[in-house]
Design a protein around this ligand. Sequence first.
Ligand SMILES: Cc1cc2nc3c(=O)[nH]c(=O)nc-3n(C[C@H](O)[C@H](O)[C@H](O)COP(=O)(O)OP(=O)(O)OC[C@H]3O[C@@H](n4cnc5c(N)ncnc54)[C@H](O)[C@@H]3O)c2cc1C
Length: 418
Amino acid sequence: MLQENQTNWAGNLVYSAREWLTPTTVEELQTAVNQSHHLRPLGSRHSFNTIADSPDTIVPLGQLNRVLALDRERGTVTAEGGIRYGELGQYLHAEGFALPNLASLPHISVVGACATATHGSGDGNGGLATAVSALQLLTANGDLLTLSRDDDRFYAAVVGLGALGIITQITLDVQPTFDVAQVVYLNLPFAQVAAHFDAIFSAAYSVSLFTDWQNGQFGEVWLKHRLTGEPFAAPDTFFGAAAAPGKVHPILGLPTEPCTEQLGIPGPWHERLPHFRLDFTPSSGAELQSEYFVPRRHAPAALAAIFALQEKITPHLLISEIRTIAADNFWLSPCYQQPMVALHFTWQRNWPAVAQVLPHIEAALEPFNGRPHWGKLFTMPAAQIHPHYPRLADFQQLRRQLDPTGKFSNPFLETVLG
Ligand SMILES: Cc1cc2nc3c(=O)[nH]c(=O)nc-3n(C[C@H](O)[C@H](O)[C@H](O)COP(=O)(O)OP(=O)(O)OC[C@H]3O[C@@H](n4cnc5c(N)ncnc54)[C@H](O)[C@@H]3O)c2cc1C
């Protein structure tokens, strides 16, 4: 099927593929892989760069979105490779189960999110990929390879940037469903964050700080408390910040309808862990996003370095968010074997202006071993990224074994991975 002017969610990218094939079965997907020279799997199109693009063929996986099995004994769920967190979350909650964590919105596909090391927040929470326990990978020669945690290659394939093949099935750990109460506080001084970083980020199951880098403060603190069955009462203040008297959007003043419930009102995990509601269909956002990870031990110094760039950043910024992520073992994860803090930037959709600012942020974070989110916009050269990935050579070797002709490659991967 030939389709023109297909864009990503944000509308900042027109995919360049000349052919779009939308498989409804794994057999159709295998045929597409066998017949194409170059093809890329596409999730829910929420990446901001060309990671999912293809000069040749794109295969959107949205129609392969069924739940295949719920194993109550083992505590796992298996789904097809195009399912989104929103659909899966509703299904799991109805069955009495939960995932440990979610990203800021539930509309993203599970496999696409894990492929780029997407994360939520929380001291005890790794990125979303840490819930994956097994997968089925369609490789370049049309074979289906099953990988699980006892196979070293699993740690390459989950956060695999779509470079090793197409994930047709994914199995995730689940746990009994739980409730969360979300409370927002306003105006937390940076001095408090610098002095009490660990206490602040361990104060709830998931913690997010929002700032526009002005006035030396974080305008909002979102605390997502995991409820235990005991009565929950949120204190009126948090490290000097006052509880918000009403519901707020991360960008103060914007309508709050798209946001998940706040004010300490308890609700199920899948309706509180994301910042945005599934049933509120987001228009394609007129925004761009960038995000950088630095080792958690550098967090106060890295934040101070970015506050110092406020005059360059703020004119082009909608909002920034700070989150923490536990260490994991995925070869291409920015959180490989060390806990990280993530500094996120939602920009106005003005790429020429943003492209001027990013090198300043990247230079400021270089002393702290900063590295970019794979699915967002960055200008950092590959040579600056590679030293942070000690298993990159192993990943490239596995890639050559599984995909010797570069069927799943594209210019983004060639530039970034080398
Ligand atoms: C509004 C918004 C909010 C966001 N919030 C967060 C957040 O809270 N935390 C965070 O870390 N990131 C966040 N992101 C970034 C987002 O999670 C990533 O860009 C993620 O990759 C998007 O998933 P997707 O399914 O849309 O992937 P796509 O952009 O469609 O694809 C991403 C990659 O996954 C690969 N892929 C997709 N499906 C498969 C498959 N079945 N097999 C193999 N490879 C596959 C693609 O080839 C590509 O390389 C956000 C993005 C937006 C637009």
